[in-house]
Design a protein around this ligand. Structure first.
Ligand code: PMP
Length: 354
């Protein structure tokens, strides 16, 4: 740290992204990326947009917003696109949290929430999950705080039904409820249908997972037009051109190519079922996942050892060194071939260890 670094950030512990090593070619099952390339339509539109990079991008993202609004069945003024969904989540912390409105989220969830709270100098409360990693709905009623819930949750993969989400939104009429749906396209129910009924609901989604665009950085928020106005005030006060031309063009292509999106989501869900079956046959336990990852542990091999041994065999998964998580690994669902290689490596490790 330099002696010039502001005191306000001196104690900040930044978010640690999953590793992206370059020392060898790994099978990457550690950052919940898609194993499939972006839609050919997305790639071709992005290539065309490259020739116009001398010009600023459209700060209103009009074409992209119009298409997304049509797909989601909402109005264009109910959507705001951002640089990944991380940006809309940060905007929500900036817009809706302060000393009078602390943030609240589960103790086991997306690791960026506490970092967003700290950089924005916002107090936060972490509510413990149940023993089985379930979110206890009754803990989230009448809080008068700003609620952040990843649905499905990460790294557990567990999804809440829409009725439970609605109870939480209806149970906090004086506070904003943010539902982070980064993984919703892999079998969970979206809360977007509730935004016209509740003015305190913000739903966020991303193109990083189900639309194979993690490297492009594209996410968005959907909510009441007044909320979107608030979030635009934050956006236009930080980075009006937050979506670059190539990403915007790719996003339009990805939304237009519905068949490709559906096919890839189906493939991930099928491979997830196969992987879960293989893991359970080998003695692993894992909560039922509605995401593109599974969160698994084995009674005979501790989480860190399994992570390290897989790494030596060229397979990266995500291990969290936290007390309630250390037995587990979060394993991204890759292609069927990648998961076969993963299961073969697991077999070798179990044979060596047990
Ligand atoms: N929410 C959750 C629960 C996530 O796991 C992630 C991915 N790390 C994000 C949001 C942010 O993803 P992105 O910024 O790529 O949209």
């Amino acid at each position: 740290m330099s002696r010039y670094f502001s005191q306000k950030y001196a104690s900040l512990v930044p978010y640690t992204p999953g590793e992206q090593p370059k020392d060898m070619r790994y099978i990457k099952l550690n950052t919940n990326e898609s194993p499939f390339p972006p839609s050919p339509m997305a790639q071709s539109l992005a290539r065309q947009a490259a020739g116009d990079l001398n010009l600023y991008s459209d700060p209103e993202c009009r074409e992209l917003v119009a298409l997304a609004a049509q797909k989601l069945g909402v109005q264009p003024d109910q959507i705001l696109f951002t640089n990944g969904s991380d940006e809309i989540l940060n905007f929500a912390f900036m817009a809706y949290c302060d000393q009078e409105h602390p943030a609240v989220f589960p103790d086991i969830t997306y690791g960026f929430y506490p970092v967003f709270a700290k950089i924005n100098n916002v107090p936060y409360v972490q509510l413990p999950l149940g023993e089985d990693f379930s979110i206890r709905i009754e803990d989230y009623i009448g809080l008068n705080k700003t609620v952040f819930i990843a649905n499905p949750n990460a790294p557990t993969g567990i999804a809440l039904p829409l009725a439970d989400i609605e109870r939480i939104v209806a149970g906090n009429p004086d506070g904003i409820v943010v539902i982070d749906e980064a993984y919703v396209d892999f079998g969970a129910q979206s809360a977007v249908s509730l935004i016209s009924k509740y003015d305190n609901l913000l739903v966020t989604q991303t193109f990083s997972k189900s639309r194979s665009m993690a490297g492009a950085r594209l996410g968005f928020g959907v909510g009441n037009a007044k909320l979107i106005q608030d979030l635009n005030t934050v956006k236009y006060s930080t980075n009006p051109y937050n979506i670059n031309r190539m990403t915007m063009a790719a996003g339009i292509g990805a939304l237009a190519d519905e068949a490709y999106f559906q096919k890839n989501c189906r493939a991930i869900m099928e491979t997830r079922a196969w992987t879960m079956d293989m893991l359970r046959q080998r003695g692993f336990t894992a909560p039922e996942s509605m995401t593109n990852f599974v969160f698994a542990k084995h009674p005979g091999v501790d989480g860190k050892t399994l992570y390290q041994k897989l790494r030596q065999k060229g397979i990266l998964v995500r291990h969290f060194d936290a007390p309630k998580l250390t037995d587990y690994n979060r394993i991204t669902i890759g292609s069927q071939e990648q998961m076969q290689a993963f299961i073969s490596a697991v077999d070798e490790i179990l044979e060596e260890t047990l």
